[in-house]
Design a protein around this ligand. Structure first.
Ligand SMILES: [Zn+2]
Length: 519
């Protein structure tokens, strides 16, 4: 059997250091459970010595039955010149009751002397003592060698001594950390190979992405014999982030054909990435390799034509292997193939011989010229195509509307009235809102939900406005993009006009009409 490359997730500890990332105890447990289900080998839950929230996490985690994951508590070696058994931070690590403890220690003499202000010899004792105690307590010990590459470059023999100290004390892994994230792949490969050759224990790799090489450095370390990769989901982490496991895992599994996370889980990679973004309340990175919305998106007409014939002509793998999907973008670069494939993706029957195809393409290009953007507004595009095919009867007609805003120094209120007609019947409603668009949205849905109860569940979840510069002699236009949901699905619609309310109204009407198409 091929040797396993273990995945060690530190989203909840190193990842949390990233700007804008924060997790409650409940969030941490949910992420850990997701990572467990995904098949990650270790989940580092936090540093019990640094805050009460992390202590609480370990208390809760001790009650969970983990299926695939071993929970790790993170901390440091004992302080200088103290008895390890009396070091409060080390005691907290032991009392976290995790099967695994990961401690970091110094490799680089500069840090030993200038930061710790101790001797080269005492640093070795701090590493050895701490690991021996943890082993005595029955822990699996992972030793994170901080500044491993910078330290090795500065003084290879001392760096090796620190790693030997860890291995001889019984560490299960010595993990080489590119803490400052500035090493090159050839440096990482060479040092990892040396460590792998000299040490009796396993070697792992922990990289940061400061020069854009976090994943590349992890991969070359794996090639040089590292049996554990530490990183974070979506690459969260301090500064520019950690080794992005969402990229590293499929590369190790699919491109390097090594044994790591179970194959079946790799197909849920996109779901994992989205889940963690959702919990962290961060917008998913559309351009993220493998799992991003644009990772398998095709825009140029010639590319799309080729992909339509043979997918692999412009795709490095089948998007489904990581749970992603092919997307065809429809824009002014589009050709007939884009429309055909896009329509198919949206469940609309259109073929190369559909007579209206030429008109649809012309209409899309004309609309894009006016400022519409269908790449992010597939709901509006679906309506456009269906209308051009003559396959859609309008579900309602907006006969009239009025929007107003009044207020004084203390507060203001927006009010909208709308009159809609459905068949022979009409409805006339009024609604308040925090803003004109919100009021219009309320009034429209109040008017229509008597006819279409399904609209009760629909709500507007995001609203983006972009001012498009007018070309010479024309006024600037406003493009409004809205995201709606019915609790199950999300869809996106667009409106463009010189008047922001008119642009918003178009997008709102499209949103409602699109939902009613599905019934
Ligand atoms: Zn780190």
């Amino acid at each position: 059997m091929k040797k396993l490359v273990e995945i060690y997730d530190t989203t909840l500890r190193d990842g949390k250091q990233g700007e804008g990332v924060s997790f409650s105890v409940a969030d941490k447990l949910r992420v850990a459970e997701k990572l467990d289900a995904f098949g990650v080998h270790y989940v580092e839950g936090g540093w019990p010595g640094s805050n009460p929230k992390d202590i609480e996490f370990f208390k809760q985690a001790a009650k969970v039955k983990w299926k695939n994951t071993q929970i790790a508590a993170f901390g440091s070696t004992r302080r200088k010149e103290v008895n390890v058994e009396e070091d409060p931070q080390v005691k907290l690590l032991i009392s976290a009751k995790t099967p695994v403890v990961t401690i970091f220690g110094k490799t680089w003499l500069l840090h030993v002397k200038e930061v710790l202000r101790t001797t080269a010899k005492e640093n070795l004792a701090m590493i050895g003592d701490t690991i021996r105690l943890l082993k005595k307590k029955g822990k699996k010990v992972i030793y994170d060698a901080e500044h491993a590459f910078d330290g090795y470059k500065d003084d290879p023999s001392y760096a090796m001594k620190t790693w030997f100290a860890a291995a001889e004390a019984g560490a299960d892994f010595v993990v080489l950390c590119d803490t400052n994230g500035g090493s090159l792949p050839r440096e990482v490969a060479a040092v990892t190979a040396v460590a792998r050759g000299e040490l009796s224990c396993n070697v792992g790799i922990h990289t940061h992405n400061d020069i854009g090489l976090g994943v590349a450095n992890a991969l070359v370390a794996v090639e040089a014999g590292a049996a554990q990769v530490q990183g974070t989901v979506n690459g969260y982490g301090e500064r520019t982030g950690n080794c992005n496991l969402t990229i590293a895992v499929p590369n190790i599994s699919i491109k390097m054909a090594k044994r790591t996370i179970p194959k079946a889980s790799i197909g849920k990679l996109r779901e994992l990435s989205r889940f963690v973004d959702e919990i962290a309340n961060l917008m998913p990175d559309r351009r993220q390799p493998w799992v991003g919305a644009t990772a398998f998106a095709h825009k140029g007409g010639m590319h799309v034509n080729a992909v339509q014939k043979v997918a692999q002509s412009f795709e490095h793998v089948d998007p489904a292997v990581v749970g992603n999907k092919r997307r065809i973008l429809v824009s002014d670069l589009a050709g007939r193939s884009n429309i055909v494939m896009k329509a198919k993706e949206m469940g609309i029957r259109v073929s190369d011989d559909t007579p209206q195809l030429k008109n649809i393409l012309a209409k899309v290009k004309e609309q894009e010229h006016l400022g519409y953007d269908y790449e992010g507004a597939e709901g509006s595009l679906a309506l456009l195509i269906r209308k051009a095919l003559g396959r859609v009867e309008p579900a309602f007609h907006l006969e009239a509307f009025h929007v107003s805003m009044r207020g004084d120094v203390a507060e203001h209120v927006c009010e909208a009235t709308v009159k809609v007609r459905v068949g022979e019947d009409t409805a006339h409603t009024v609604a308040d809102g925090d803003g004109p668009v919100n009021a219009l949205d309320q009034a429209l849905r109040n008017a229509l939900r008597g006819f279409y109860p399904v609209l009760k569940k629909v709500k507007l979840t995001d609203y983006k406005v972009r001012i498009l510069n007018g070309s010479s002699g024309t006024a600037a236009k406003t493009r409004v993009l809205i995201e709606s949901t019915d609790g199950k699905e999300r869809w996106y619609t667009v409106g463009v006009d010189e008047n922001i309310i008119e642009a918003s109204l178009q997008a709102l009407l499209d949103s409602i009409e699109f939902r009613l198409l599905k019934k």
